[in-house]
Design a protein around this ligand. Structure first.
Ligand code: NAP
Length: 245
C-alpha cells in the first residue's frame, strides 16, 4: 500500500510508536517530524527503514508557519501526495492557573492548536485535490473533562475537539475524514514527572487497572486511518482504560 502518512511529533512517545505501527500495517511512505530530538527521530527512521519503508525525517517546529511549509512541501516533493496526517505534536505544563503567564499560554496554543492549523491547512489542499484523506488529531481526556493545574493544556486540547468536529463537517463532502483521539494517562516522557505512587493510584482509579501505552493509542490512530473507519468522522475516540466514561 503506497500510502503517505505524516505524523507530527514522531521522534518520541505516541508519535514514534504510531509511525512504527503504520509501518507494521504496511504503509510505505512515512514522514517523521521532530523539533528538538533529532537523534531519537533518526532511531525511529532506522526502524522504519528496517520494515522496508521509504521513510524520511524532517525537522519542523509545528508552531512555525515557514517550517511547516518546508515539512509539507518536502513531503509532497518526495511522495507527491498525503493520504494521512496525524497532528500529534504537543506540549504539556503543570502550573497553578494563577502562575500561568501570557508567554506560557501563547506557547501552549501556538504548538498544540497553531501547529495543528499550520499542518492541516497546507496538507488539506492536496487531500481536497485527491478527494481523499484522513486527518487524525490528538487531543486528551483533559480536553473533555479539564485537569486542575493544567488549564492552558486542557483548553488547548478542547480546542482540538472543536476544530475536529467543524472540519469534519466541512470536509466530509470532499472525501476527507477528520477524527480525534483523546488519550488518558499514557506512559511517555510527558508523564515522567509522576511518582511511582501517583502511577499506582492512577492504575487503581482506572477500570482497566492500568495506564496506557503508546501502542494502545497508535493502534487506534492506525484504525482511524484505515478503510475500516471510512464511515467514522467528526468523532472523539477515548483511549483511557475507562478512566473517563
Ligand atoms: P512526548 O513523549 O513528550 O512527545 C512529544 C512529541 O511532540 C515529541 O516527538 C516532540 O518532538 C514533539 N513536539 C513537541 N513540540 C513540538 C513542536 N513545536 N514541533 C514539532 N514537534 C514537537 O509526548 P506524548 O505523550 O507522546 O504526547 C503526544 C501527544 O499526545 C501530545 O499531543 C499530547 O498532548 C497527547 N497526549 C498525551 C498523553 C499522555 O499521557 N502521554 C495523554 C493525552 C494526550 P521533539 O522532542 O523532537 O521536540
Amino acid at each position: 500500500m503506497k500510502k503517505t502518512v505524516v505524523i507530527t511529533g514522531s521522534s518520541r512517545g505516541i508519535g514514534a510508536e504510531t509511525a512504527i505501527e503504520f509501518a507494521r500495517n504496511g504503509y510505505e511512505n512515512i514522514v517523521i517530524n521532530y523539533n528538538n530530538s533529532k537523534n531519537e527521530a533518526l532511531k525511529v527512521l532506522e526502524k522504519l527503514r528496517n520494515f522496508g519503508c521509504s521513510a524520511i525525517a524532517l525537522k519542523a517546529d509545528v508552531s512555525n508557519k515557514e517550517e511547516v511549509e518546508y515539512l509539507i512541501n518536502e513531503t509532497l516533493n518526495q511522495f507527491t501526495k498525503i493520504d494521512v496526517l496525524v497532528n500529534n505534536a504537543g506540549i504539556a505544563q503543570q502550573k497553578l492557573f494563577t502562575d500561568i503567564t501570557h508567554k506560557d499560554w501563547k506557547r501552549m496554543f501556538d504548538v498544540n492548536v497553531g501547529g495543528m492549523f499550520n499542518c492541516t491547512s497546507l496538507a488539506v489542499k492536496n487531500m481536497i485535490k485527491n478527494h481523499s484523506g484522513k486527518i487524525i488529531n490528538i487531543s486528551s481526556m483533559w480536553g473533555i473533562t479539564g485537569a486542575s493545574c493544567e488549564v492552558h493544556y486542557s483548553a488547548s486540547k478542547a480546542a482540538i475537539i472543536g476544530f475536529t468536529k467543524a472540519l469534519a463537517k466541512e470536509l466530509g463532502p470532499s472525501g476527507i475524514n477528520v477524527n480525534c483521539v483523546a488519550p488518558g494517562i499514557i506512559e511517555t516522557d510527558m508523564n515522567k514527572n509522576l511518582s511511582l505512587e501517583d502511577v499506582e493510584n492512577l492504575k487503581y482509579e482506572t477500570p482497566c487497572q492500568n495506564i496506557g501505552t503508546p501502542l494502545d493509542v497508535a493502534k487506534t490512530i492506525v484504525f482511524l486511518a484505515s478503510e475500516n473507519a471510512s464511515f467514522i468522522t467528526g468523532q472523539v475516540i477515548g483511549v483511557n482504560g475507562g478512566f473517563l466514561i
